[in-house]
Write a protein that binds this ligand. Sequence first.
Ligand code: PMP
Length: 362
Amino acid sequence: MSKVYNFSAGPACMPEWVLKTAADEMLDARGSGMSVMEMSHRSKAFESILQETKDTIRRLANIPEDYEILFLQGGGNLQFSMVPMNFTKNGADIINTGQWTKKAVAEAKKLGRVHIAGDSSDKTFTYIPKITQEDLDPDTDYVYICENNTIYGTKYKELPPHEGKRLIADLSSCIFTEPLDVTQYDMIFAGAQKNLGPAGVTLVIIKKDLLDERRDDIPSAMLDYKTYVDSDSMYNTPPTYGIYMVGLVCKWLEEQIGGLEAMEKINKEKAAILYDYLDSSKLFSNPVAVEDRSLVNVPFVTGNPDLDKEFIAKAKDAGFENIKGHRTVGGMRASIYNAMPVEGVQKLVDFMRAFEEEHAAA
Ligand code: PMP
């Protein structure tokens, strides 16, 4: 088997332990005589998988009982609609940090008023706008952010002020990459396909009392968060195999890695290897304001699109997959999520250094 290092922004690399455990359990999951994907979602066997997944998530991030853990479908994009459909009454304050908040703004505008409380489009989203309470519209119901922008490689190090308002955050690309204090938020959501498992499941963690503030005109039960609470995420057939895989990933985080603090330490080590090299390189650079750099999505460029293209092609030949930047920004991007080993980042940096030396000599 030839092993590649997969730097994809999502779907992304998975921990080897998780893939091997899933393979071991593929034909006979926990003595059931069948695969998890063949189980009825109403069976005792699947019910225990769902419960175990929720319990592991709750322990991992110390989630208090006044928060619900839900599994939805439709990815981050459905959340862009569901959030305003459920919670915009007077309006939403949204901080625009790029593609993933622009889409949220477009959907929220269909359902009510949107006030842009901060915007980093003036510098191509290379920083996080630092807002104050005065930047917020006094009449809105909630403040909405994308905590880690996967495309531009920015990350909030401190949450924005939101006195008197709910805070709702898209954690799709940073969930469980570091310790998480859910009590700082009223709701978070994350598509699974970066740090939690395969595409097709969306994790929602929501404060119970926020559910009391839902609009009364939600057009469908499937679009109402309360439906998922009342049915234990089984109103319709849930993404059973995806939920099982999320459970395995969280078990890996808990038992193999040793929890979120241990994970953060490893992620910081990986990020430092890459950013230290980028900051010392004469060829490659990262455009993001240093204090706002993402721990897990690292964009970089040479400044010459032809050279970028050459680098991407040579990197692929050398076994570094999906290093191309997002189609809207170009250049390169290394996504170094939880499952990327330190060794993979070290090898990428060695490869970048050799490429730089080759071009300095030429
Ligand atoms: N939010 C963020 C931060 C993302 O990175 C993405 C996808 N890469 C999305 C939302 C959209 O997710 P999905 O494709 O699952 O709808």
